[in-house]
Design a protein around this ligand. Sequence first.
Ligand SMILES: NC(=O)c1ccc[n+]([C@@H]2O[C@H](COP(=O)([O-])OP(=O)(O)OC[C@H]3O[C@@H](n4cnc5c(N)ncnc54)[C@H](O)[C@@H]3O)[C@@H](O)[C@H]2O)c1
Ligand SMILES: [Zn+2]
Ligand SMILES: [Zn+2]
Length: 372
Amino acid sequence: MTTPARAAICRGNTEPFAIEDVELDDLRPDELRVRIVACGVCHTDMAVRDEQLPVPLPVVLGHEGAGIVEEVGSAVTVAKPGDRVVMSFNSCGTCPSCEVDAPTYCYNFFPHNWSGTRADGSPVMFKGGENMNANFFGQSSFATHAIAHEANTVKVPDSAAHIPLAQIAPIGCGLMTGAGAVLRSMKVRAGMPIAVFGAGTVGMAAIMAAKIAGANPIIAVDVNDGRLELAKELGATHAFNGKNDAIGKIKELVPQGLGYVFDTTGINSIIQDAWGLLAPMGICGIVGASDPKANLTFNEAEFMGGGRRVMGILGGDSDVGSFLVELLDYHVNGQFPYEKLIGYFDFSEINEAFHASEDGSVVKPVLKIGEE
Ligand SMILES: NC(=O)c1ccc[n+]([C@@H]2O[C@H](COP(=O)([O-])OP(=O)(O)OC[C@H]3O[C@@H](n4cnc5c(N)ncnc54)[C@H](O)[C@@H]3O)[C@@H](O)[C@H]2O)c1
Ligand SMILES: [Zn+2]
Ligand SMILES: [Zn+2]
């Protein structure tokens, strides 16, 4: 018995998303069916639409979903029917990375997140009896209902019971990545200077987390003055426009060099300039999607002599469950006020929501899909 649902089908960037009837497969033991209340829109959804990632089209995207559990498989312990949940990326649970609670670096990331099917190749979704690609990040939440997994589902803690699911939804991707990069990957030390390049969802989350960590100064760099203003509201002590010699201004402000630089732009020349700002033992964290052919060049003596590090970061080294609960605690306490980044859209306005993200007018669009 399949379950009927409505889902936004992505057929590539030449066609708008179209909301159509689909059917969800029956649940496997480790799966949950979630009635989706809301889902954030992220750059990775656009990268798939534009065929920059190896996800098969047509597909149902959406990987920042939150909703209410309708049914669970026999082995699920993370939540029960009626629970409010938020979803993140999926992982295998058994590879060498998963074994040490580093699921963002799961050896089997592709089959569990990007193959369009379950990791064993079976479809989770059908359309008119034909297989439909879904299970994107183990969810595909641009839909009224999604099949999620034990490994990528987090029960919203009672302490966040008063926060609407539409506000909770986007916490499982870019926000988690920026905050985790600061708090978990680079482990930013109190009193140390940090510069964040790119003040979008990931950079803003990093700035809020740098404030939580007690970094000082916290320098935001972007080319959008509106975003720089918001970065200051969220914790940046200084904000420089990248078009006006930001690198020179940072050198003047912190002549001894920075403990941390964090790049979310993925622009090769920015990363290299940012790396040049590091103090001894400084860390350059990199998250931005970049040209697959781009290579970075560093001076070998400065790299070795100062013990400097370049760190590739995925998902902010999140372990999903406990880190998302920690971030929700910060949110409830007012220390992670990411609601200031959100612009809400109705599910039927999915194409407008993508447009608002791409023209920079909304930092984090969130689609309202169902009643809470
Ligand atoms: N590694 C991961 O786990 C992970 C997770 C989520 C997102 N990402 C990637 O991280 C990147 C950032 O994501 P986001 O959602 O914050 O995107 P975003 O587009 O909201 O933010 C990027 C920001 O960079 C700014 N920018 C552009 N050119 C610049 C320049 N020359 N100098 C300074 N700033 C400049 C833009 O104005 C924008 O504010 C994307 O490439 C996304 O795909 C990676
Ligand atoms: Zn794994
Ligand atoms: Zn994402």
